[in-house]
Design a protein around this ligand. Structure first.
Ligand SMILES: N[C@@H](CCSC[C@H]1O[C@@H](n2cnc3c(=O)[nH]cnc32)[C@H](O)[C@@H]1O)C(=O)O
Ligand SMILES: [Zn+2]
Length: 431
């Protein structure tokens, strides 16, 4: 089916930050095949025309770090420090997670992400085949990794076997919308020998790698005490760092660490909401971006954020860097929009999304900017970044397919998801 969206402001997120006013965007065979001003008779070339009445089209957001099924643990343990939260609350409850729970928790996350304008995301968790099933059904683009942790560098452990099985079953599946990555959890849950093994496997199958790296000062102190070097250096020594690597957090990094990340062309994912809630600190994102490191944005899991709202993440990222550098020019509108779109696409290895341009995948959202908080319209990009609400997202299109129309999800049963999630959460927490 071909589709024409007309009479919209179009934020492209391209190199020069182009915005097309009173624009039209044509979609055919999943790709953007027209971008520009509406021309006479253009509508005749398309099966369906949607009149957008001055609403705004932009690329869908890329949530580059998440643990989708952790929506099941949302608001279960708040106001705690990372290690206490993780080891004493989260890991024990996760031991009770079932396949069914992972499926419905992931579905809830995807429902929330799509409603807030996210069209691609990255996941690290357990029961990832169930998450893949949910992604295939709802149509979101996803890079999925079975979380890995372990001690031994010798024989294959069951988590790596599951990761490889996931790779064989789902990598480049669902018309290319699903990718599979390798996901060693961190330097404090994986031994150096184990990290080396994961790096070896990743090289063999040319897979992307994602890891939590230097999330807190404590992680760095413990790593230096135990191994005599920082987490970044340890990961580099294990052979994990290259242009296909996604390093989540990078809060407690020094100049040498940042230089390694730059040299290895690692993609850094900034998760400001999670870092603030767990009081992990503020990642030196402006410094790293100025060095030329690709910085993407993520929400992290819903248990440490506590939502999956990329627009909130965008604004927080910008404000935090302004505050910490005492420089209001830090992370300006165009830069932070790129972090949430095209930089994330690059990090995940989705090469034809994140930008609105002819020939790119039609992964885009429509925001209803006909609301009080977007007026007057001096600058549509600023209005969205500094005054917008994710609940104003009305249409979501992925690979040219309408996933949400006028605020109604087409590919998922919203009521059923809320019902199943509540049932499972009550069962999990009452044992
Ligand atoms: N624990 C799993 C493997 C790891 S999955 C990814 C893990 O990351 C955890 N996680 C979520 N958010 C964070 C974070 O911010 N930092 C560190 N770990 C996190 C999450 O609770 C989950 O256990 C197993 O037994 O097989
Ligand atoms: Zn995480």
């Amino acid at each position: 089916m071909s589709l024409l969206l007309k009479n919209a402001s179009i934020i492209t997120c391209d190199e020069t930050g182009t915005v097309i006013e009173d624009g039209a965007l044509g979609i055919r065979d999943g790709l953007i095949d027209y971008l520009g001003k509406y021309e006479n008779e253009l509508h005749k070339k398309y099966d369906r025309v949607i009149e957008l009445k001055q609403k705004t089209i932009m690329p869908g957001f890329v949530n580059a770090h998440n643990h989708a099924a952790m929506t099941l643990l949302r608001n279960y343990a708040d106001d705690m420090k990372l290690m206490d939260w993780l080891f004493n609350k989260i890991f024990p409850l996760e031991d009770r997670l079932t396949e069914e729970g992972a499926y419905w928790g992931s579905s809830l996350a995807m429902l929330e992400m799509i409603k807030g304008g996210t069209t691609s995301y990255c996941d690290m968790y357990m029961f990832m085949d169930k998450t893949a099933e949910a992604a295939a059904q709802c149509g979101i683009k996803a890079s999925l990794g079975r979380g890995l942790q372990g001690e031994s560098g010798d024989d294959m452990d069951y988590r790596i076997s599951e990761a490889l099985e996931l790779y064989r079953s789902f990598h480049k599946g669902s018309d290319g919308r699903i990718r599979v990555n390798l996901a060693p959890h961190s330097v404090y849950t994986c031994s150096p020998a184990y990290l080396e093994k994961v790096a070896r496997v990743a090289r063999e199958i040319q897979a992307s790698v994602q890891i939590h790296l230097s999330e807190t000062g404590d992680e760095v102190t413990n790593c230096v005490e135990k191994y005599g070097m920082s987490p970044v250096k340890l990961a580099d020594k294990a052979g994990l760092l290259n242009e296909r690597t996604i390093a989540a957090h990078c809060v407690a990094v020094d100049d040498e660490d940042m230089e390694i990340l730059r040299e290895r062309e690692v993609n850094v994912v900034h998760n400001p909401g999670s870092n603030m809630k767990l009081a992990s600190g503020i990642s030196p994102v402006k410094t790293m971006a100025d060095m030329g490191i690709n910085i993407a944005l993520g929400t992290d899991g819903a248990s440490s954020n506590n939502n999956l709202d990329m627009l909130e993440e965008i604004r927080t990222a910008s404000y935090l860097q302004k505050v910490i550098s005492k420089d209001p020019t830090a992370l300006p509108v165009d830069q932070v929009l790129k972090m949430a779109t095209v930089n994330g696409a690059k990090a995940l290895g989705f090469e034809n999304t994140g930008v609105i341009r002819e020939g790119m995948a039609a992964d885009l959202i429509v925001i209803n900017t006909q609301k009080p908080w977007y007026y007057p319209r001096y600058n549509t990009k600023s209005a969205i970044v500094y005054s917008g609400n994710s609940s104003d997202v009305e249409y979501v299109i992925i690979d040219g397919r309408l996933i949400m129309e006028k605020g109604e999800i087409i590919t998922m049963d919203e009521e059923r998801i809320l019902y199943e999630v509540q049932k499972i959460a009550e069962r999990m927490s009452s044992i």
